[in-house]
Design a protein around this ligand. Structure first.
Ligand SMILES: Cc1cc2nc3c(=O)[nH]c(=O)nc-3n(C[C@H](O)[C@H](O)[C@H](O)COP(=O)(O)OP(=O)(O)OC[C@H]3O[C@@H](n4cnc5c(N)ncnc54)[C@H](O)[C@@H]3O)c2cc1C
Length: 510
């Protein structure tokens, strides 16, 4: 039995997917004073999808002490510079735009953007404001072999093999960070649902006591959902996708280009992701099972692969795995001495790869603001719940932006996804304001935004919107800035290797 106001020393993490191991590693590296035990069920497999990260992963890896070379080699990883969206605008003519990771050249100053609104209608917003777009056109790497680890000529994250990533994190956390790993299925929780958890009971280990319990048990949400009954706030009306079918695909040729971006192609009932790793590709169709059957989704994915010139001609569809999820998030993510991180906290859909970054942010926040005593759990929880609820709401709005601007209205799925009534008041307000001014940093007051104003600019203008704004600067100097950008593009195109060349030079592909 815990005494009131006892010191927080022992952390128990339930779940050994990417959320559990990332949280364990982040906490253990930042807070060596804590004792961390991770319990993972031998019966419940990890999700094992989630192949796209945000640039934040570079800091995370550095912080937990995994070298970039070790990571890239162990996880079959490649360098990701953003997302390329295909045919999201309509289902009639081909259309493409980028959401690159690098910020516009003069960001947060909107001047170059306003110049684009006036003079550069023929060239995309991304191509007019960052060199990264043209690098992505040519599957260029974000750096040279001699660039220091984790540094880039342009901003980048990674594509990775999710199973290999969880294994790397597990080995690292147990061997170097002092995390204890138990294989056991938690079948009972001790403690009233109105108060803190005292212990969790494993099938073989019996009772395991702790001061703070972190629920990383995935969609099962064993602690926050099953024990505490904390509700999931459904986003199904706004973001209808609730299923996915995914599979690995071989390259057509072993030395095919490795794309610098996640390729996202709109479909009749959702969209297909296409990710290039060094040794294979990972593709998947995210769809709504209200509108599309599993058979139809698999057939659409097969068609996509057969038409894709970089994929092998005859994909083995028996390798496809199906996933179901309820798009939503919990507003109470931290209750008493239990914090939910990962898919136990919520999951919207894979668009823009917002899940791993949310885990990094939650674990980082916890490491920084870990209460010293149990008396501080309640105020810490209030702060955490408020901040992360805002982050989830922001993520919903950003993902919805991709859909609501589409002209695809040819079926009930797209009519729902584009209906203004299914968007938040906040997003509607922004869409109204952004008719006469660009998305600005001041629209997004959180200290660490999941998606900065630049991300909203890339999607808004990529989807063909325009802003009737006054020119925000001297036309001559803005033209000069644009010419400088062209020069930079030329230099970087000539100076940077392809992704495959970089990975070969780093010996990852030998
Ligand atoms: C189709 C799809 C595509 C995705 N793509 C991306 C992407 O590109 N980028 C991105 O950032 N994210 C993506 N995600 C999300 C990403 O996969 C998850 O955020 C990530 O894998 C973390 O999952 P998790 O650790 O929360 O859950 P899981 O991987 O499901 O792990 C749950 C763990 O809990 C354990 N467990 C469960 N019950 C018990 C119990 N009773 N006792 C003990 N242990 C228990 C299990 O054994 C397992 O170890 C995607 C998700 C889906 C579904």
């Amino acid at each position: 039995m815990k005494t009131p106001n006892s010191a927080v020393k022992k952390v128990i993490i339930v779940g050994g997917g990417a959320a559990g191991w990332l949280t364990a590693a982040i906490l253990a590296s930042a807070r060596p004073d804590l004792t961390i035990t991770l319990i993972e069920s031998p019966d419940v497999k990890i999700l094992g999808v989630g192949e796209g990260t945000w640039p934040t992963m570079r800091n995370t890896l550095q912080q937990i002490g995994i070298s970039e070379l070790q990571f890239v080699t162990a996880c079959d990883a490649s360098f990701k510079q953003g997302t390329s969206f295909h045919n999201w605008l309509d289902d009639i003519s081909p259309h493409q735009y980028y959401h690159p990771f690098s910020l516009p050249l003069d960001y947060p100053n909107p001047a170059l953007g306003s110049w684009w609104q006036h003079y550069q209608g023929q060239q995309s917003f991304a191509h007019s404001t960052t060199s990264q777009a043209i690098l992505c056109d040519h599957s260029r790497a974000p750096k040279q072999p001699q660039t220091p680890p984790f540094a880039g000529v342009v901003n980048y994250g990674y594509h990775l093999d999710a199973h290999k990533f969880a294994m790397l994190l597990q080995n690292h956390a147990t061997q170097y960070l002092g995390v204890t790993h138990l294989s056991d299925h938690i079948q009972a929780i001790s403690g009233s649902t109105d108060g803190p958890i005292e212990s969790v009971t494993g099938r073989s280990q019996g009772e395991i006591y702790g001061d703070l319990f972190i629920d990383c048990s995935g969609f099962a949400a064993r602690l926050i959902g099953q024990h505490y009954g904390t509700e999931l706030r459904s986003c199904e009306q706004t973001l209808a996708n609730n299923s996915a079918v995914a599979m690995p695909v071989n390259y057509q040729q072993a030395n095919s280009d490795i794309a610098s971006v996640t390729r996202s192609t709109a479909q009749d009932y959702g969209w297909i992701w296409d990710i290039g790793l060094p040794t294979r590709k990972g593709v998947g169709y995210v769809f709504s099972d209200e509108h599309c059957s599993r058979e139809e989704a698999l057939s659409t994915l097969g068609e996509y692969i057969r038409h894709d010139v970089t994929s092998e001609d005859d994909p083995d569809l028996s390798q496809a795995r199906f996933f179901n999820f309820k798009p939503g998030y919990r507003e109470t993510l931290w209750r008493h001495n239990c914090v939910a991180i990962g898919t136990s906290a919520g999951f919207l859909e894979p668009l823009e790869a917002s899940a791993l970054v949310m885990i990094e942010m939650a674990a980082g926040h916890l490491a920084e603001q870990m209460p010293a005593t149990s008396e501080q759990f309640e105020p810490a929880a209030r702060q955490f719940n408020q901040l992360f609820t805002q982050r989830w709401q922001r993520a919903v709005d950003f993902l919805k932006l991709h859909y609501v601007l589409s002209h695809r209205r040819h079926n009930t799925y797209w009519r729902q996804m584009t209906a203004l009534e299914t968007t938040s008041q906040q997003l509607r307000d922004w869409l109204s304001l952004w008719q006469s001014r660009m998305p600005l940093g001041s629209d997004f007051p959180l200290r660490e935004e999941l998606f900065p104003a630049a991300s909203f600019q890339y999607v808004l203008y990529g989807m063909g919107q325009s802003t009737q704004t006054a020119l925000n600067g001297n036309p001559h100097s803005l033209h000069q800035a644009y010419e400088q950008l062209r020069h930079l593009c030329h230099q970087q195109l000539n100076g940077l290797p392809s992704n495959r060349e970089l990975l070969s030079a780093l010996s990852v592909l030998n």
